[in-house]
Structures are given as C-alpha cells and as structure tokens.
Design a protein around this ligand. Structure first.
Ligand code: C2E
Length: 564
C-alpha cells in the first residue's frame, strides 16, 4: 500500500480517531461512576445532616418552650393571685389600709408592675398611683374576655409610665404584668409568643412575644410544623390557660448546626468518592493482576511443587498433587497464593490457560519419573470451565502422547464448587473417565454435594477436606462427620484420600479405619520440587534413572499402591 492509499485507508476507516478516543471511552464511565457515587454520598450526607440538624433544633426549641411555659405559669399564677387577693380585701375599698395591703402584695411579687382597684371602668386606686380622683379610665381595648369575666389587655399603654404592658382585670381589681417579666430569659435564641386565655375555646390573647395565636395547636399538647423554611412548635396547657409558640427560620438556625450539615455532607461525599475509588482500585488491581498473570504464563514464570500422596497403611508414596506457585517477578517477587489468582483468573476467563500450563509443565517435569514408577500418579487441579473446554482435552491427549504416558497416570482433581453446574460436570467427568483418567472430587464435605449428587457425579476418588481431618483427636462436633464421609465413600464404591494429615495421631486414626485410605498432608510431606519428589521415589522404590545419555536401568520394580 503506498502512502496515499494508507492515508485514504486511515481517513476512511476512521481508525486513528477511534484510537485517539479509546482512552476517553475507557476512562469516562469510571470518572462518571466515581462522580455519581460522590454526588450520591453528598446528597445522602445532606439529607442525613439536615435531619440531624432539625432533630437537634427540635430538641433546643422544646427545651426553650418548656422554660417559657414554666415561667409563664409563675407569672399568671402571681397575676391571678394578686387580683383574687385584692378582690377579697377585708379593708375598705381603696382605703389607705387596702392600698398598703396591695403594696405589700406587690413587694412580694416578682413579675407584677402594679395592682389596682377598679370601679365602673375607672382605676380608683393603685399601688403606684395611690388613690386617684376616679378619672383614670381602664384601657378601651382590644381585650379578650373569658367566661369568668377576666379581661386580658395585651400590650396596653400604662398610665404610670411611657411603657406598654399586659393588664389583666377581674371583678374590681386589676394587675399590670411587668413588661420585663420575661427578660430573665434574655437574648432569646428563637422567636416566641406567649398566649393566655381559654385554651379549649381558643380565646387567647398574646401577653408576650410576637406572632399570632396558635389556632391549630391541640388543646393540650404539641404540634410541630415546617413550612416556608420555618420550623415551629406550638404547645398548649389547658390547666394553666397558656399556649407557647416557638419558631425559627432554618436559615437563622445557628452556624454550628450548618457546620454539622456541611460536615456530614462532605463526609458523605468523601465516603462516596472513597467507595468509588476503592471499587476502581479493585478493578484495576484485578485487571493488572490478570495482565501480570497473562505475562507470567507467557514467560513461563509459574512453577510447580508436588505434594506426596501416600498409602496411609504403610506410608508409601503412590502419587503427588501438582500445586502451582507464582512469585511475581513484576512485583518484587511477591508470592501470590494460588487460590487467590486462580479465583480471579476464573472470573476473567483465563483459568483454562493456567490449567494447560500446569498440565504441560507437570508432564515435562515428571514424565520420566512417571514412566519409571509404575502405579505412581500425578494429579492436577482443574476448574469448572475446563470440563467443557476442547482445548483442555486436546492438551491432555497431546501431553500423554508427548510424555509416553497412560491416562491413569494423570489424575484430575475438581472441587465440589466446580461441579455446581451438574449436567456439564457429569458429562465432563464421564468423558475424562472414559479416556482412562482417575477423577478426584476435591475439598469434599465443604457443603456443595448431597449424597444423591455424589452418586450422579460418578468420580473415582473422594478427597476429604482438611477441615474434617483437623477435628480428629479433638472433641469438635464435626469429628462425627468423618466416619459418615467414610461410610458414604464405601457405599459409593469410591477410594478415599484424606487431606491435611498433620499429626501422628491423625495418621493413626486413619490407619485404623476398616478400609485402606490414601493420605496427604504435612505429616507425610510438604509440597516439594519435581527433583526432590523424584529423589524420594528413587529412595523408596530403589529405581534410579540413568542420567544424560546413559541407558536407564530399572533396578527394581515394585507396585506402590492403589492403581485406581
Ligand atoms: N494447613 C495445611 N495445608 C496443607 C496440608 N497439606 C497440604 N496443604 C495445602 O492444602 C492445599 C491443597 O490443595 P487444594 O485443596 O487442591 O487447594 C488448592 C487448589 O484449590 C488451588 N490450586 C493450587 N494449585 C492449583 C492449580 O494448579 N490449578 C488450580 N486450578 N488450582 C490450584 O489452590 C489451593 C491452595 O493451594 P496451596 O496454597 O498450594 O495449598 C495446598 C497445600 O499446600 C496440611 O497438612 N495442612
């Protein structure tokens, strides 16, 4: 293709543009997801913070209302007490003795400004004015009249000073409430109104504060409202004839509570962002782990160890399980546990590559040993997807041919978990067995298999999970499961391989079972290299391979255990 043709091709296929846009397509959804999580966290924090703020404001408003009510009850009790006492005065009406009596009452009161006697709508005498000439009229209104004749004049201009104050009269006496009666509750943090009258009939006069009477408030109780940005509490007490309203604009509520809302909102946003970034990080980590694993497979960095499997009766090695090891060159030689990277490889769909790698490597390293030691077998672990993967079966055929091995010498281990898709598992197992491989059901007893299912799977060997082995010799309840698993295996005509034998006591227990079993575990041997395992077998069987160019000799040939 000449230069012009290349240019034409590039322009008309649009490839360069797509390539340039690819990173944007890849990162945009991630950025969007993190931004959405941040916003969602912030919104959730705002809602939560506002709720917390309103609930804390409610508590403060309630406490202030309670203080106002308690004080208002004192003020009204003093007012009514003074009016009743003046009406019941034994002295002559407005005589010096009666004025003296009222003055004594005023001295004792804390919330009254004046007490007086009235007749025909005029003030005849009072503690402050003394005896008048009878021409001082009572205020003309507005007032609220109660059933017992009590009249309440809110915010009334006083004859004695330039100030205004609530005045209450009944019968022939009145009392002027001190306009500073509520100054004890200085610098009110909220707006308030104090209303006095007949609560049941809602005949109420405001005696202090601001605002209107609380018409929708219950006769004896509390009502909250949040309208037009105003949080309001209206409460009435029928016995005292008092209603108290306290309210505040949300915008006026103190900076501290705003601080809380903002802090919680920020915290929510931060948590949202953190969640998003953690998710991205996990994705990246998994992806980069997979990329590294893929390179490690290509560069043949993965190695194998082999853990001996013995006949428990005499401790002789009859096989070995190939266990993969990955010491990642790219991350300073970090060891990545096989169950971790195999699980991620399964999710990402590259576990089959690991299986084939392990199979090829095991045959490469152990073919000669396998050929020399009759009855000895290597088992490899596979994953669920291998059971229906033609590449796996092709690799098996190819490996056996290259190694000059019989299928019985390569055992296949699959976990209970990998048999969860039962029809594929049944089919795959049948296929493996029909080719002559011995199939092991690994980690048996960890919870996936039922008895009938075990019959359907039709495997050769049941590997009892090491969780059960661990209970032998202890009084753990699960120990009783061990004989049941053994019985089950016998009933299904399966061989038994016990995993995780670590102590002599456990070895003795399994040696004394009524059926012969195979065993694997640290008691018999930890996973070792191919060379070390070969050496162990040479010592055991007295068979030594003739090295490099020399003819191989088989000094002795002994059968080493179950060939099943
Ligand atoms: N505490 C204790 N542990 C013992 C004892 N004897 C053996 N083990 C450990 O138990 C695990 C046995 O392998 P598994 O059940 O197949 O469990 C394996 C298997 O599920 C998976 N795995 C390992 N290699 C491969 C592989 O090549 N392919 C696949 N698909 N999975 C593999 O990773 C799992 C863990 O493997 P490892 O870390 O090598 O851990 C091995 C082995 O080192 C003992 O007496 N006590």
């Amino acid at each position: 293709m000449d230069g012009a043709a290349k240019y034409f091709f590039a322009r008309h296929t649009g490839t360069p543009v797509i390539n340039r846009l690819r990173p944007i397509f890849r990162t945009a959804p991630i950025i969007l997801a993190v931004a959405m999580l941040t916003l969602a966290g912030g919104w959730f924090g705002h809602v939560l913070g506002t709720r917390m703020r309103i609930s804390s404001d409610r508590a403060a408003i309630t406490s202030y209302s309670d203080q106002l009510l308690a004080h208002a009850i004192d003020v009204i009790a003093e007012t009514n007490g003074a009016i009743d006492a003046a009406n019941a005065s034994p002295q002559d009406f407005c005589s010096p003795a009666e004025i003296e009596l009222m003055r004594n009452m005023l001295f004792a009161a804390r919330n009254l400004k004046d007490i007086g006697r009235i007749k025909d709508g005029h003030l005849i005498c009072s503690t402050i004015l003394g005896k008048t000439d009878g021409s001082v009229p009572m205020p003309q209104g507005p007032y609220t009249q109660l059933a017992d004749g009590t009249r309440i004049y809110p915010d009334t201009p006083l004859a004695v000073s330039d100030s205004n104050a609530p005045v209450v009269d009944r019968g022939n006496a009145n009392a002027v409430i001190d306009p500073r009666a509520f100054d004890t509750l200085k610098d009110p943090p909220f707006h308030y109104g104090i209303f006095y009258g007949d609560v049941g009939k809602k005949h109420l006069a405001r005696i202090f504060g601001e605002g209107d009477a609380v018409v929708p408030a219950p006769a004896d109780g509390v009502a909250w409202s949040l309208k037009s940005g105003i949080l309001r509490r209206d409460g009435c007490s029928e016995a005292s004839g008092l209603c108290i309203s306290v309210w505040a604009r949300l915008s006026e509520l103190d900076a501290f509570s705003h601080g809380i809302v903002n802090a919680i909102m920020l915290l929510g946003a931060a948590l949202g962002a953190l969640g998003g970034l953690t998710w991205v990080n996990f994705r990246r980590r998994d992806q980069s782990l997979m990329a590294r694993l893929s390179r490690a497979l290509a560069h043949e960095e993965l190695t194998l160890l082999y853990q001996p499997v013995v006949n428990v009766a005499d401790g002789k090695i009859v096989g070995a399980e190939a266990l993969v090891r990955w010491q990642s060159n790219e991350s300073k030689g970090d060891f990545v546990p096989p169950d971790v990277f195999i699980a991620i490889a399964e999710q990402k769909g590259i576990a089959g590559r690991v299986t084939r790698y392990v199979l090829n490597r095991a045959i490469e390293e152990m073919a000669e040993t396998l050929r020399l030691h009759d009855g000895f077998r290597i088992t490899i672990n596979i994953v669920a997807s291998d059971l229906s993967d033609p590449k796996f079966f092709a690799a098996l055929d190819d490996g056996l041919r290259r190694g000059g091995l019989s299928p019985r010498q390569i055992g296949i281990e699959l976990t209970e978990r990998s048999t969860a898709d039962s029809s594929a598992a049944i089919e795959g197992i049948a296929r493996l067995r029909s080719r002559g491989h011995i199939v092991y059901l690994d980690d048996f007893g960890t919870g996936y298999s039922s008895l009938s299912y075990l019959g359907e799977l039709d495997v050769d060997v049941l590997k009892m999970d090491r969780a059960f082995t661990r209970t032998v010799g202890t009084d753990a309840v699960t120990v009783s499961i061990v004989p049941q698993i053994i019985d089950m295996a016998i009933k299904h005509n399966l061989s038994i391989l016990v995993e995780g034998i670590e102590t002599a006591a456990q070895a003795t227990y399994f040696r004394n079972l009524p059926v012969p079993v195979m065993g694997q575990g640290w008691y018999y041997g930890k996973p070792v290299s191919a060379a070390a395992l070969t050496k162990q077998l040479e010592q055991q069987d007295g068979i030594v391979a003739v090295k490099k160019g020399r003819k191989r000799s088989r000094q002795s040939l002994r059968k080493t255990g179950s060939s099943r």
